[in-house]
Design a protein around this ligand. Structure first.
Ligand SMILES: Nc1ncnc2c1ncn2[C@@H]1O[C@H](COP(=O)(O)OP(=O)(O)OP(=O)(O)O)[C@@H](O)[C@H]1O
Ligand SMILES: [Zn+2]
Length: 464
């Protein structure tokens, strides 16, 4: 089987074939930066990071564009409440998002455009829509005329125009030709930042931003557009309407991640039920949080619980335990070793990471048996398979990312210190000074280090 993905626009799992052989262009709706990220935002980030890594593993050259919405009503409100300019709020929170994506091991985007740096591209898109009769200016605003695009509007979200309710703010209904028309551009309001257009000063509507940025960096037709299911309507429906009405092919596959919820409700900056990343990193290590966020199928909803998080962390530590022990015996890991077919099939089947992780756990179980039997050849093969699979999901404990962050960065240092202590314990045993040998073991235990004697010699672990 080749890669198949669930495409919201056709409501089917279909074969992924990029526009250009060997190259994949991908756009992900990134953050509106009125507040720092919660784990729901980062769930979206890490799930699309796994897709990107899977495409890279298959040899594709991937152009990944994730935008930042650096100005909107919510940012303006936060800035006003703090008495600072809008960009103070968006810069601060954008840094918090970047930090969080980095902590969770997301590869940096190929390009990360900010909306307010792309106003000329938005004006040009509005011009094209006006010329084709799909947009009109009214009272300083510019609107998309949904009736002019009636036959196709609603395809993505599977609804018919006649059943749709009015878009957004009813205050502006008197300016619209139809209450379902949505704003491409919002006319200047006192105290708000504005940019010039041929139809007056103002600021862009959110939907227009993504259409303009996606096509600027990925072209008129590109492969994958992603975001959370919360964005299907109206945001993505409107992106399609704007871009296709202007004459662009736009995205060929629409992928949506399920929501991370708390008590059954979407985790949301606006609802104030956010679990922020620094707080989460006091509960578990970043790699364990990533494991938790990718372990469920990307399209399913997750209802957050501390218990499930701790269970996921324990699951990851089982994998990590094997990798660490095996790496003590095997020094050269074959990065080109093939991935188990069951793992490949799982990811090719609409990125079924939970199934793929089940394969990892199976290989780890076999690996532990091989370790216990001292079967070095088997251990080498299973360690290579495990690390190569984990690399695709961004979870390899021996990768640069996880070796140098959190407590795993100190592992080599502790390893050397424990080796010295264990040599002394060995020497004490050799001279039959068992009291001294036990004292060394007890001191290590007091420092949180548990020593286990194995047929391959003593090894240590942190007591957790
Ligand atoms: N709870 C969540 N679970 C999963 N993905 C989410 C969640 N909240 C937002 N996302 C996704 O994260 C990305 C960035 O979201 P954005 O900043 O637009 O969030 P938002 O919906 O405005 O946030 P909020 O509702 O928290 O104020 C989008 O792709 C969005 O779909
Ligand atoms: Zn968007």
């Amino acid at each position: 089987m080749s890669l198949h993905l669930y495409d919201t626009s056709t409501r089917t799992v279909r074969e992924f074939v990029p526009v250009e052989p060997g190259r994949v262009s991908m756009y992900l709706c990134g953050a509106t930066v009125q507040a720092p990220p919660h784990i729901g935002h980062i769930r979206s980030g890490v799930n699309f990071d796994v897709l990107r890594r899977w495409l890279l593993r298959q040899g594709y050259d991937v152009i990944f564009c994730r935008n930042v919405t650096d100005l909107d009503d919510k940012i303006i409100r936060v800035a006003a409440s703090e008495g600072v300019p809008w960009f103070v709020v968006s810069e601060r929170n954008q840094r918090a998002f970047t930090w969080a994506y980095d902590q969770l091991g997301c590869l940096p985007p190929t390009v990360e455009p900010r909306a307010m740096g792309h106003v000329p591209e938005m004006v040009e898109l509005m011009r094209r829509l006006m010329d084709k009769g799909h947009a009109y200016a009214s009272g300083g605003d510019v609107y998309f005329d949904v009736v002019s695009y009636a036959d196709r509007y609603g395809k993505l979200s599977n609804q018919k125009l006649e059943n749709m309710r009015a878009a957004g703010d009813t205050d502006t209904d008197s300016l619209k030709h139809d209450p379902r028309d949505f704003a491409l551009w919002k006319g200047a309001k006192p105290g708000e930042p504005t940019w010039p257009t041929p139809w007056g000063r103002g600021r862009p509507g959110w939907h227009l931003e993504c259409s303009a940025m996606a096509t600027k960096y990925l072209g008129g037709t590109f492969d994958i557009h992603g975001g959370g299911v919360d964005l299907i309507f109206p945001h993505h429906e409107n992106e399609i309407a704007q871009s296709q009405a202007a004459g662009d092919g736009f995205a060929r596959y629409w992928l949506h991640n399920g929501m991370l919820k708390l008590g059954g409700e979407k985790m949301s900056k606006s609802l104030g039920n956010s679990l922020l990343i620094p707080d989460m990193l006091r509960k578990v290590r970043a790699v364990e949080l990533r494991y938790y966020l990718v372990a469920a199928h990307y399209r399913s909803a997750i209802d957050y619980s501390d218990e499930a998080l701790q269970e996921a962390a324990a699951g990851y530590r089982r994998i990590e335990g094997f990798v660490t022990r095996a790496a003590e015996v095997i020094h050269d890991v074959d990065a080109a070793a093939p991935l188990p077919q069951a793992f490949v099939d799982a990811l090719d089947d609409d990125l079924n990471v939970s199934q793929a992780l089940a394969v990892v756990h199976e290989v780890v179980r076999e690996g532990n048996v091989a370790l216990a039997q001292g079967n070095k050849e088997q251990v080498a093969r299973l360690l290579a398979e495990t690390q190569n699979m984990l690399d695709v999901i961004g979870l390899d404990p021996r990768s640069e990312q996880w070796r140098t962050t959190g407590d795993s960065g100190l592992r080599e240092v502790v390893d050397a210190l424990v080796a010295v202590a264990l040599e002394q314990r060995q020497a004490a045993r050799a001279r039959k000074d068992y009291a001294a040998a036990d004292a060394i073991r007890d001191q290590l235990a007091a420092a949180g280090i548990v020593v286990e004697d194995t047929p391959q010699g003593p090894r240590w672990e942190l007591a957790r």
